[in-house]
Design a protein around this ligand. Structure first.
Ligand SMILES: [Zn+2]
Ligand SMILES: [Zn+2]
Length: 129
């Protein structure tokens, strides 16, 4: 089955590989979200209905019961839009979390002569020369 890449117009079978090689998505979690999107496998929980603005636990069911005038095509379209929104939020959360992670300092990154390691008196002495 051909899947549409959520990031570019490509339609491919091996989306996982494509995301990595063509769209430089190195993070496994990000790829997972991006792989679920074209398959429509994004879970919609506590999602706001774009038609009436009320949050529903199962908004897809609500579309049918609450808006019987919506055609099947419209429901599909609205659901797709919501999937996209939820996926974007998930990606944002993943990226925020990555930025919050403290950068890993290896021993090599710590300067040997850290200015903090020099006692105050020595700094004053150094200042005189
Ligand atoms: Zn792509
Ligand atoms: Zn509604």
């Amino acid at each position: 089955m051909l899947l549409t890449c959520p990031l570019c117009p490509a339609k491919i079978i091996h989306l996982r590989h494509h995301l990595r090689s063509q769209n430089q998505i190195e993070d496994g979690e990000e790829r997972k979200v991006l792989l679920r999107l074209p398959r429509g496998r994004i879970k919609l929980r506590n999602t706001r209905c774009p038609q009436c603005g009320i949050t529903y636990d199962n908004v897809e069911r609500h579309f049918k019961s609450g808006h019987p005038k919506l055609t099947g095509k419209m429901v599909k379209l609205l659901t797709k839009e919501l999937h996209k929104k939820v996926a974007e939020e998930q990606l944002k959360l993943i990226r925020d979390r990555q930025q919050l992670d403290p950068p890993v300092l290896s021993a090599l990154d710590v300067p040997v002569e850290s200015p903090l390691a020099i006692p105050e008196e020595c700094l004053q002495l150094l200042g005189r020369f």
